[in-house]
Design a protein around this ligand. Structure first.
Ligand SMILES: [Zn+2]
Length: 267
């Protein structure tokens, strides 16, 4: 039961994001296998939100090399038009229902704009848009593309040049979307402990948070390499089947006397 509860999603066993670039570790292969789900625009297309609609339109425009603006936008509708003077390209989407979904109701996808008018499409490559493009490339693999690789991908596939820091921020966003945020995982700890206690009678759980303590995702070993750093202390035993049985664990700021003392007291 205890092992059942020890979910990788919570404790990041399979998801330690590492920020160094190692060549030849299968990243390129993984990139080749995972394709972006598509940005086709058509009447009836439902997006999960208005933001999603805007992002997909931006990706579509970057693919098709044109720039658009949104002359009318409200919580219930979104009108996007090509910036070319007199260009007929326009997409009209409306709020579908209370779930926040947006649906394309009108789509005129023909252009009459000039090359000069289209040249500003790179302005659509916001951090959010890049994050969305890259999101699929972080799913199912331990290590997604680095910021430098993201720049290369954008240049090769979209002919868009972005700064290293924009790529880095987009990478953070993409990882959060694909793997869940570390803050989000940290907030699940109280629920996990409650579940642990109700499922395993006699389990002692103790959670104390300090302002100065970093929120972390637990991985095997001692040092945590996540965004928030910190250390994982564990105590394990062998059960009757000679299997490793975790007795207790604690997340601390670092391996110092105070942390160990607290851990052993609770143990
Ligand atoms: Zn146009």
């Amino acid at each position: 039961m205890l092992n059942d509860l020890y979910t990788p999603a919570l404790f990041g066993k399979d998801a330690p994001p590492v920020f160094n670039d190692r060549r030849g570790t299968g990243v390129d292969t993984a990139l080749a296998d995972i394709q972006y789900e598509g940005d086709d625009i058509y009447v009836g297309h439902v997006f999960k939100s208005k933001t999603d609609c805007k992002i997909k339109l931006a990706i579509h425009a970057m693919n098709m090399k044109f720039h658009f603006s949104t002359p009318r936008s409200s919580p219930s509708m979104l009108l996007s038009q090509c910036v070319g003077i007199g260009c007929p390209w326009r997409v009209y989407a409306v709020l579908l229902d209370a779930s926040g979904k947006f649906q394309v109701r009108q789509a005129k996808l023909i252009h009459s704009c000039t090359v000069d008018e289209r040249c500003n499409y790179h302005k659509l490559a916001t951090t959010q848009v890049i994050g969305e493009i890259m999101q699929s490339r972080f799913v199912g693999i331990k290590r997604g593309p680095t910021a430098a690789t993201i720049r290369k991908i954008l240049l090769n596939e979209f002919h868009v040049n972005v700064s290293y820091w924009k790529a880095w921020r987009a990478r953070e966003l993409a990882m959060d979307h694909a793997m869940g945020t570390m803050v989000g995982s940290s907030s699940l700890i109280p629920a996990y402990l409650a579940l642990l206690q109700s499922s395993n009678e006699g389990t002692t759980c103790f959670l104390q948070r300090y302002q100065s303590m970093r929120k972390v995702v637990v991985v095997d070993g001692t040092s945590l390499k996540g965004k928030f750093g910190g250390c994982l202390l564990t105590a394990s035993a062998q059960n009757g089947n000679f299997q490793v049985f975790p007795l207790a664990f604690a997340v601390v700021d670092s391996e110092n006397d105070d942390a160990w003392e607290c851990f052993f007291q609770k143990l």
